[in-house]
Structure formats: C-alpha cells, structure tokens
Design a protein around this ligand. Structure first.
Ligand code: ADP
Length: 257
C-alpha cells in the first residue's frame, strides 16, 4: 500500500468531521472521493497532504508516519491541487509551474535544463502555454486550476491529491483534464502514481478504478463505480431518487437526476 489510514479521526473544535477511517490505497490506483457537501472529503485530502493532523489514529505514507515526514520528503511523494488556495498574484505562470521542481533541488541549487523541460512538458500537456508569460492574478479560475495541475504534474510525485480539479472548467477542458490525469496515471503506473480526487458523481463514474462514497465523515461504500453508484446508495446517502443508465460508449454508470 502507498497510503494506509488506521482509525483516523479528525475534529474541528468538538465537531467530528472524520470518524475512525481505516483504509488503504495501492500503487497506481485511480480513486474518486464522492459524497454530499460537508461529508469530510476535503478534510480527508488535507489530512493526507499534511495540511491537517489527525485528532487520533495514524496515516502512513510508504510505511512512514505521515506527520514524521519533512515538508521536502512529503512534497517528493505527495502533490496536492487544493480547491481554493491563496496564490500570489504577481508570479508568472511559467515560474509558478517551476515551483513544482523545488522539492527536487538541493539547497542553493538552480533548476537544470531537465527541470525546465519537465515544467515545459506539463505546461504543454495542460494547454496553458499561451499563458506562460501572464501572471497568476491575470488569469481565470479555470486557467488557474490548469496551472495548479501543471505544477502538481511538474512535481512528479507518485501520489497526487486533487480537490475538484475540474470544478471551474468548461466541458471541453473537463474532459481534457480528466484525460491528462488518466494519461499521467497510466504513463507512470510502473512507478505507481496513485491519484485520489474529489469529483462529482458522473466524472467519478467515468474515470475511476475505485470510488469511496463518503457520508458524515465515514466511508459508506467502497468499490468499483458500478458497485458504489447504485440507486439505493444514492437514495440513502444523498436522499435523492435518481435514474442510472449505462454510458453507451464506456459502459460506466451515468446518474440522471
Ligand atoms: P466536503 O469536502 O465533503 O464538502 P469538508 O471536509 O470540506 O467536506 O467539511 C467537512 C465538515 O467540516 C463540514 O461540516 C464543514 O463545515 C466543516 N469544516 C470544514 N472546514 C472547517 C474549518 N476550517 N473550521 C471548522 N469547520 C470546518
């Protein structure tokens, strides 16, 4: 397992947000976290990225206790695309994406040609080359989301955590970004890139190996899209009656309100 959680709980003040979660993620798994607003999905990603510490229980990343990791080691292993990060307005997109190489550089070491090539490749892959010289403060929400994904790809970490990476994107870029994520995951799967991402139900249905359905800080269902995204599960967790059909091309479930 790349990540192991053992009885992990988290509280904001005295409000239980994550309740005794025990699970693990294998190398190369493409996992989606789904569930109603407030179920604890973002909090779980923040616990995995080290932004938050569990109130109790342990998280292991490659068999090392997560909170024992140095920030540099953590950044070599784990990249994170947060949902609404505070970003500096003045930095250019190309410099921002280059920040992904920082964990790989020694003290006072400059980026090498190889580092620039890796960043350039991520910029092309996420189709933000036309923005390279622009500043972060001068681009749209969707463009920022792609710039953050480019930075995470540049980090070349074997674990990627993505908090709604397509939420600000138009449908064309949503599909493109999901294909990029899938490509990265497949290209590097010999190194074991594990992607954990929060998605809406239909994106999760189409693009995941495994889905964790969250409810009130616990995992209510865990399995393949077909196993998890059933009429009954959605009724009991979201309280909504939905129709589920099979995608004509992919054979995956499609949830219709
Ligand atoms: P999700 O990502 O599933 O929508 P979150 O993990 O963001 O859920 O939130 C889980 C719960 O924790 C919600 O009830 C939310 O209001 C609460 N919460 C999130 N962030 C904070 C915070 N910084 N302080 C206090 N409560 C928070």
């Amino acid at each position: 397992m790349v990540i192991n959680l053992h009885n992990v709980s988290f509280k904001y003040g005295n409000m239980n947000v994550i309740q005794e979660i025990t699970t693990g993620f294998k190398p190369g798994e493409l996992v989606s976290l789904v569930g109603p607003n407030g179920a604890g999905k973002t909090t779980l990603l923040k616990l995995l990225s080290g932004t938050l510490k569990p109130s109790s229980g342990e998280i292991y990343i490659y068999d090392q206790l997560s909170y024992d990791l140095t920030p540099k080691n953590r950044a070599i292993w784990v990249s994170m695309v947060p949902q609404n990060p505070k970003l500096p307005d003045e930095i250019s997109i190309s410099d921002f994406v280059m920040l992904g190489r920082n964990p790989h550089l020694g003290l006072l070491q400059w980026e090498s040609k190889e580092d620039f090539n890796i960043a350039r490749e991520s910029i092309f892959l996420t189709e933000i080359d036309y923005l390279s010289k622009r500043k972060l403060g001068e681009i749209s929400g969707g463009e920022k989301q792609r710039a953050m994904l480019a930075l995470a790809i540049t980090q070349q970490s074997p674990i990627m955590l993505l908090d709604e990476p397509t939420s600000n994107l138009d449908i064309s870029h949503q599909m493109k970004v999901m294909k990029i994520i899938k490509k990265i995951h497949e290209q590097k799967s010999e190194f074991g890139v594990t992607v954990l991402a929060i998605h809406d139900l239909n994106i999760a249905a189409q693009f995941s190996d495994r889905i964790l359905l969250f409810s009130k800080g616990s995992i209510a269902a865990d399995g393949t899209p077909k196993e998890v995204l059933t009429k009954n599960n959605i009724k009991s967790i979201y309280g909504s009656e939905v129709t589920i059909i099979t995608h004509p091309e992919h054979g995956t479930p499609v949830i219709l309100p």
